[in-house]
Design a protein around this ligand. Structure first.
Ligand SMILES: Nc1ncnc2c1ncn2[C@@H]1O[C@H](COP(=O)(O)OP(=O)(O)OP(=O)(O)O)[C@@H](O)[C@H]1O
Ligand SMILES: [Mg+2]
Length: 230
């Protein structure tokens, strides 16, 4: 197995304030599914944004052995915590097609693939509507469709189950479980992560306080309590 993502001693602060992330180190192997858990404000979303190269951090991030950049970004799919951050075109169909166009697909092919991705997400009926006219759960599913449409080799998902109903959570778990690409999932949904992830990282106030097999972490009530998760 080769690493899909290597993170060494990552640190980050907004402006000159107290660091939001400090000393974060971990590796995600190709094909592996790893969860990031932590209380509100622990730094999960900030970590994902730093990994994507959207915020400049201290330390080292390597995607497929390279620093974040154009070459690697096309291989990565991301679902942001707020779907509005990635849905801004006149229709959700165009939102999904945009990433495919950026990868060099012909417009007709991009629209076809985008329509398929929306059908897969159960959103065929709303493809021609702007995201603002969708329910929050539908927007979240559209953001997931955006990320999956490009057949990424590595998926970053921030709270993918927030706002989803029970059936959508189950379908998402089945879908993500079938994928063979590396997946990094930030979530409070411990059952969901327990089903999908081989390993979990526990973040507390911007530091990794534990990482290990998902079963062991989820059985450690004291740790989960300390991390604000129960
Ligand atoms: N743009 C910003 N400017 C300043 N501080 C910020 C900004 N965004 C987030 N923070 C702070 O950074 C810390 C980490 O926030 P982050 O959103 O990464 O947490 P999180 O673990 O994703 O929480 P949640 O479970 O609520 O999604 C919090 O203390 C938050 O207040
Ligand atoms: Mg967050």
């Amino acid at each position: 197995m080769r690493p899909a993502l290597e993170v060494e001693n990552l640190g980050f602060a907004f402006d000159n304030r107290r660091p939001v992330l400090e000393g974060i180190s971990f590796t995600l192997q190709e094909g592996e599914c790893v969860g990031i858990v932590g209380a509100n404000g622990a730094g999960k979303s900030t970590l994902l944004w730093c990994l994507l190269g959207l915020w400049k951090n201290r330390g080292t991030v390597r995607w497929f052995g390279q620093p974040p950049g154009r070459a690697s970004s096309g291989r990565i799919g991301a679902v942001f915590q707020n779907p509005e951050d990635q849905l801004f075109m006149p229709t959700v169909l165009e939102d999904v097609a945009l990433g495919l166009l950026n990868r060099g697909l012909e417009p007709a092919e991009a629209r076809l693939r985008a329509r398929e991705a929306l059908e897969h997400a159960g959103l065929a009926g709303v493809a021609e509507r702007p995201a603002a006219q969708l329910s929050l759960g539908e927007r979240k599913r559209a953001a997931i469709a955006v990320a999956l449409a490009g057949a990424p080799e590595l998926l970053l998902l921030d709270e993918p189950t927030a706002e989803l109903d029970g059936r959508s959570v189950r379908q998402l778990a089945e879908l993500l479980g079938r994928l063979r690409v590396a997946r990094l999932i930030a979530s409070h949904h411990l059952d969901f992560l327990g089903k999908l992830c081989s390993r979990l990282l526990v973040l507390e106030a911007g530091r990794v306080i534990a990482q290990g097999p998902a079963g062991e972490i989820l059985a450690d009530h004291g740790l989960l309590e300390r991390a604000g998760l129960v």
